[in-house]
Design a protein. Structure first.
Length: 96
């Protein structure tokens, strides 16, 4: 909330966090050899759902796309286990 109200310290924290998370996710994508193919990148949690200040998601997206330009960013409000199940079902349907 503070970041969306103009608090520069909060904005800097969210921007830096997005960059670090994007670098980590990009490193994982590279290790898994996903850098040249399209794949879903699911973001979960209240900090991603609060779009009043998109700094975190925007910086994450910009950063991961430097390493994995075809990563498709999706934000979900589901619990992680449900998100994993949804991905499995989508993959199964895609292969049929």
């Amino acid at each position: 909330k503070l970041a969306s109200e103009g608090d520069t310290v909060c904005q800097n924290i969210l921007t830096e966090l997005g960059q670090v998370m994007g670098e980590i996710a990009g490193g994982i994508a590279k290790r898994l050899d996903l850098t040249l193919i399209e794949f879903p990148m699911i973001l979960m949690g209240s900090v991603f759902l609060d779009r009043s200040c998109p700094l975190l998601v925007d910086e994450f997206t910009t950063t991961i796309h430097k390493t994995a330009p075809y990563a498709k960013i999706k934000i979900t409000n589901q619990r992680p286990v449900l998100g994993a199940l949804q991905l499995a079902l989508e993959e199964y349907a895609h292969q049929q």
